[in-house]
Design a protein around this ligand. Structure first.
Ligand SMILES: Nc1ncnc2c1ncn2[C@@H]1O[C@H](COP(=O)(O)OP(=O)(O)O)[C@@H](O)[C@H]1O
Ligand SMILES: [Mg+2]
Length: 306
């Protein structure tokens, strides 16, 4: 008998209510992520995005519902899931090399010095920090620290990468170049990613699907937007050409409309528990014009009046 395909990550009926609060922050949150997929979640501040990410990481427990990865329930933190936090959360007394080595050693405790060094160097190079490998975090710019956080998360080769607004504090130029690096690394490694962002353009550039979260209380994933612009690294969506694709504006307007008005209207559990998947980038073809019966098109010739 054919069995249903197992979604790589499955979130079922997730809810969180803090003690002393009558209403939940969010409830009935349902979504799936396929292996190799890049999924962004956007929603107003306070709707529970970080809480959801922490539950996926196994760092926090939900009040209701379940998270399954590869069919197994997530019940605590694991080196299968790499997290890049909103702040970079580096150890200030360790160099770039040792911040990353610390994480790598916890994943592969039996590795020798040479093997460990080689692995760390590879990921430092991947994020363009070879020249700063022996510097401490205090000697690095914000963008460089964020790159260390990304290298550290990638270096443990997690099956799932969880990113909480990782570029929020960076200037536009730095953010752009790190986004490009992230896209390149993900294309190389077929990394599965769940990322929180408040930047609609970032979501359209990076994500294959975008989860729209309604406002709390009782926030939900109200809708799933499919990014119909292709991910092809050569011909697909790229920062330089994104704005030439008419789909970009349709998707962008859909996301902004949601954030400006619909997210509020759908608070208090008014969003559907099972979100619809929509493709606002694709325009439905116009219905073909219906042929008009000949008789009604017959025009009575005008009579000449003398
Ligand atoms: N320990 C806590 N006790 C009570 N409320 C909390 C606690 N932690 C977070 N919250 C509340 O939960 C909501 C969701 O927080 P969070 O997940 O950080 O949202 P987001 O990342 O979408 O901005 C917020 O309204 C916040 O005030
Ligand atoms: Mg947050």
């Amino acid at each position: 008998m054919p069995t249903e395909p197992i979604e790589f990550l499955k979130v079922e009926g997730l809810g969180k209510t803090y003690a002393g609060s009558a209403e939940s922050v969010f409830d009935s949150v349902n979504f799936n992520i396929a292996q190799g997929e890049f999924v962004c979640i956007i929603g107003h501040s306070g709707c529970g995005k970080t809480t959801i990410l922490n539950v996926l990481a196994g760092l926090e427990s939900a009040s209701t519902g379940h998270v399954f990865m590869d069919g197994r329930e997530v019940a605590g933190p694991s080196l299968d899931r790499g997290v890049v936090f909103q702040g970079h959360a580096l150890m200030p007394w360790l160099s770039v090399r040792n911040n990353i080595a610390f994480a790598v050693r916890s994943k592969w405790p039996n590795w020798g010095r040479a093997e460990l060094d080689l692995h760390v160097q590879k990921y430092v190079e991947l994020v363009g920090l070879t020249g700063a490998i022996d510097k401490k975090p205090s000697a690095l710019s914000g963008g460089m620290k964020q790159r260390v956080g990304i290298a550290r998360a990638f270096a443990i080769q997690p099956r799932m990468l969880l990113l909480d607004e990782p570029f929020g504090a960076l200037d536009a130029l730095t953010r752009g170049s790190i986004q490009d690096e992230l896209l390149r690394i993900c294309a190389q490694t077929h990394q599965t990613v769940f990322m929180i962002t408040h930047d609609v353009d970032e979501a359209i550039l990076l994500a294959d699907r975008i989860l729209l979260m309604s406002n709390g209380p009782q926030a939900r994933v109200a809708e799933v937007v499919k990014n119909t612009m292709t991910r092809d690294p050569d011909k697909g969506r790229q920062r330089a050409t994104l704005h030439h694709d008419p789909q970009y504006y349709r998707i962008r307007n859909h996301l902004v409309d949601f954030l400006v008005s619909r997210s509020k209207d759908l608070s208090h559990g008014r969003a559907p528990a099972q979100p619809l998947e929509v493709s606002p980038g694709v325009v439905e073809p116009e219905p073909e014009s219906i042929p008009v019966p000949l008789s009604s098109t017959t025009v009575t010739p005008l009579r000449r009046t003398a």
